[in-house]
Design a protein around this ligand. Structure first.
Ligand code: SF4
Length: 284
């Protein structure tokens, strides 16, 4: 489906950066391996010349593929919002075409590629993508500083898939820089590598206002060989003792997971988790 009247927010106030530094207008090529969409690539954070790029090209291709409208973008037809998948995400969304503001910007990040957690339902496990691949933190920090210098509105740095981001060696410094640079930051993590020391590193030197902009979305994976419910509870206890409560739970409705669900909901209630989200697993 394509119409000249339809525009998409991808690229305009939203971009996606892969673990190797490639910058794309949207997620479509990545999640569904449609590499023909590499034409949506608009640069690489490792190259100095990305500083000269126009980072706000509105996308008029609606739809790139049949999945496009599920990937964190918004589309308008004759200035009417006709599709909004950003509501799935944590950050506020614009409700009207007039509110599209090129001062605002969301960066969706795959900080690493690869994960050791081996959850049975994960695409990475199925493809044996256990080895960690990443680029140096300085590239991310330069990129964050650049976006912060050109975008003065509401900014989001959303770190999620292609692996476990907390194992990036410069994870804490990258998040700290994003928070100092006035980004809201959300990290989706299994939390299996997270501890109070890392949280303190991330939040060190920040004002309370900056600290409040940081959210952790813990993906619960009780079938991972590395899973430890005791360790998770210990972590939540430490967070609570430090008055850190910007925590959400994600749970996969996978058949063998279900016996853990009730107990994890109770754990969430005990430690003031903001929201318990369940996502359906469709491939069973
Ligand atoms: S923790 Fe996440 S990325 Fe890692 S194997 Fe499990 S589902 Fe996949």
């Amino acid at each position: 489906m394509k119409s000249n009247n339809i525009i998409c927010s991808a690229g305009f106030n939203y971009c996606m950066v892969q673990w190797d530094g490639s910058i794309f207008k949207c997620y479509a090529h990545n999640d569904f391996k449609d590499y023909s969409l590499t034409k949506l690539k608009i640069g690489n954070i490792k190259n100095k010349d990305f500083f000269d790029l126009e980072i706000s090209p509105l996308c008029e291709r609606y739809c790139c593929n049949e999945y496009c409208d599920m990937l964190g973008t918004q589309q308008w037809n004759n200035q009417e919002l006709i599709n909004d998948s950003k509501k799935m995400m944590l950050w506020p969304v614009v409700e009207k075409f007039e509110q599209l503001d090129e001062n605002n910007f969301t960066v969706c990040v795959d900080l690493v590629s690869g994960c050791q957690n081996k959850c049975p339902y994960c695409w990475l496990t199925k493809n044996k993508m256990f080895d960690l691949r990443h680029i140096e933190g300085t590239h991310w920090i330069n990129f964050i500083k650049y976006i912060s210098s050109v975008k003065k509105g509401i900014k989001f740095f959303n770190i999620s898939g292609l692996g476990e981001p907390t194992v990036h060696p410069d994870f804490c410094q990258i998040i700290n820089e994003a928070l100092i640079s006035d980004f809201h930051v959300a990290v989706t993590t299994s939390a299996l590598n997270l501890n109070n020391k890392k949280l303190k590193q991330i939040l060190s030197g920040l004002s309370q206002k900056e600290k409040n902009k940081f959210s952790i979305i813990i993906s619960l994976h009780p079938l991972s060989p590395l899973w430890s419910q005791e360790k998770l509870e210990e972590l939540l206890k430490e967070f609570k003792n430090n008055n850190y409560t910007n925590i959400y739970f994600n749970f996969v409705n996978f058949s063998q997971n279900m016996k853990f669900k009730e107990e994890l909901i109770k754990m969430g209630e005990k430690y003031d988790i903001k929201e318990f989200r369940s996502v359906d697993y469709l491939d069973e």
